[in-house]
Write a protein that binds this ligand. Structure first.
Ligand SMILES: Cc1cc2nc3c(=O)[nH]c(=O)nc-3n(C[C@H](O)[C@H](O)[C@H](O)COP(=O)(O)OP(=O)(O)OC[C@H]3O[C@@H](n4cnc5c(N)ncnc54)[C@H](O)[C@@H]3O)c2cc1C
Length: 493
């Protein structure tokens, strides 16, 4: 396999480089968690690999998403859990130490510096280019550095677009002038606003509402639909809404923002609502969806539409192309770090196999070259109080997909382990059973401490473990996982 080419592979990221033309086996655009993992796989296979990054190596996940948000949520959820344990609750009655929580978050976001991850990427022998990567033709990529230098790269085998996604702001009057928060500001803010409006009730909305309410803001959520977490089973949103309301947040459903204004730069922000009312706060967060970072990527030079999500097959290769891959958020299959990294392992293996001329068995659904879990077994944990976790299909999605199914529900409060975990435990579990195959299509847990339980469900769903065999997976007593036994007993009647 080819390795070194025209330049020194150990070039430092701070070095000022001149215009160059260089050839690599693989060019990766975007060094978020997904781009890093594609490069890790292709380097491990001996393929020379260039990685282009326009901001920070580590991507959204490391600096403005998973890492800072979970660092902010952990003390909030731990305190809520501790407050439900007899003998401990009195010790945690006080407020959170805001400065310490924010400092913990800063540490987890590596103080928005990427030396560690850059060092790792260099350590695996990938060649880092700092700048904006753009496709310029078949297997051709340009890199424009901040200093204006341009590099022209050729990929012998594959270009992997791993440019991720960005927050979408609604097209409403006054939005840009009001300087709203997106997920970036919500995860990196240095001060707690006195009042915060959160527009949107998806995962980012509920997690950030949980954080800032617990840190002392008065949070008002404006939800267009009927409830929170609309992609999950309805009881997930209901239980999370109950807890947020008990924590002091105000949740207004069935209401949409129509305009936003902030009269003075340091003044409050006011939202006009479609019911004729208005709402005032010090900051407003729009948690209203994501868009692909493909608008300035040169997609038009390879016959694709700029600004579009990239449609890929199960090896993450763009449909109709022999050399272009799109991995992670940018392909819109599952906007989650762990799923993007899974796709990166698949794409890395597929690129390597094709570079070696090995035939890929597209029909091999258990193989290492097909991201089949994206269709059937995507796990997700919402790190709120209570946690909400799901894998696979909801009842509604399973019915809409035409499966003959039965939903089996169980009250988590009736499991021995939950009472020990927390007094007055509230939670619920559901498994969606495929009645024709007697396997699970989906599982949802909502309750304190259930996040770590999810992988058992992921194994059951991804492995298509027959119900008869699950019966022999005995949960330890007295843990919350005993809910498995109760769900199976309920199913068998
Ligand atoms: C608030 C929040 C919390 C989240 N929490 C979780 C969580 O707990 N667990 C979870 O699994 N997922 C979570 N996610 C989702 C997760 O952040 C994404 O799924 C993940 O970051 C996607 O990784 P990626 O590598 O595809 O894209 P990104 O992380 O977005 O990385 C893409 C990289 O490409 C670079 N780039 C873009 N265009 C170019 C270009 N033209 N040239 C060079 N570089 C370019 C960007 O600068 C960026 O560094 C969260 C998301 C948000 C917003």
């Amino acid at each position: 396999m080819a390795v070194a080419h025209t330049r020194d592979q150990t070039v430092r990221m701070t070095e000022v480089v001149e215009n160059t033309e260089t050839e690599y086996d693989v060019v990766v655009i975007g060094a978020g968690p997904v781009g890093e993992n594609v490069a890790e796989r292709t380097r491990a296979a001996g393929l020379s690999t260039a990685v282009i990054e326009s901001e920070l190596i580590g991507g959204e996940c490391s600096y403005w998403a998973c890492m800072p948000s979970k660092a902010l949520l952990r003390p909030v959820v731990a305190r809520a859990d501790a407050r439900r344990v007899p003998g401990l609750s009195a010790a945690v009655e006080g407020p959170l130490d805001t400065d310490a929580v924010l400092a913990h978050r800063d540490t987890y976001a590596s103080h928005w510096k990427d030396d560690g991850q850059a060092g790792w990427l260099e350590g695996i022998g990938a060649h880092i280019y700092r700048g904006v990567g753009r496709l310029t033709g078949t297997r051709q990529v340009s890199v424009t550095t901040r200093e204006g230098t341009e590099h022209r790269l050729t990929a012998r085998h594959a270009v992997a677009v791993c440019t991720g996604s960005r927050a979408v702001l609604p097209d409403l009057p006054g939005v840009p002038e009001a300087r709203p928060w997106t997920s970036r500001e919500a995860t990196s803010a240095k001060e707690v606003p006195r009042r915060l409006i959160v527009v949107g009730g998806g995962v980012v909305g509920v997690e950030m509402a949980t954080v800032w309410q617990a840190l002392g803001a008065q949070v008002t959520m404006l939800i267009r639909g009927k409830g929170l977490l609309p992609a999950m089973e309805p009881f997930a949103g209901e239980l999370v809404a109950d807890a947020l309301t008990e924590a002091g947040a105000v949740i207004r459903t069935g209401v949409s923002a129509t305009a936003v204004r902030r009269a003075a730069p340091d003044g409050p922000v006011t939202v006009e609502l479609d019911d004729g009312g208005q709402q005032e706060a010090d900051e407003i967060l729009f948690a209203t969806g994501r868009a692909p970072r493909t608008d300035d990527l040169g997609l038009d030079t390879v016959g694709l539409r700029p600004g579009s999500w990239l449609d890929v097959d199960d090896s993450c290769r763009v449909r109709g192309s022999t050399w272009l891959y799109a991995v992670g958020d940018v392909n819109h299959r599952a906007l989650l770090t762990h799923q993007g990294k899974y796709q990166a392992r698949i794409a890395g293996a597929a690129i390597t196999a094709r570079a070696q001329g090995a035939p890929l068995l597209e029909s091999d659904r258990w193989g290492a070259h097909a991201a089949t879990a994206d269709h059937a077994a995507v796990p997700q944990v919402v790190f709120t109080d209570p946690e909400a976790a799901s894998v696979g299909l909801t009842l509604r999605a399973a019915e809409e997909a035409g499966h003959r199914v039965r939903a089996v529900d169980y009250d988590l409060a009736s499991v021995a382990g939950s009472g020990l975990y927390a007094q007055d435990y509230r939670g619920r579990a559901r498994m969606v059973v495929d009645l024709d195959r007697e396997i699970l299509l989906g599982v949802t847990f909502v309750g304190p401490g259930i996040g770590e339980l999810l992988h058992s469900a992921t194994i059951a769903v991804a492995g298509e473990v027959p119900i008869d065999r699950l019966w022999h997976a005995v949960p330890a007593y007295p843990t919350i996982s005993e809910v498995w036994l109760r769900l199976l007993e309920t199913y068998r009647g």
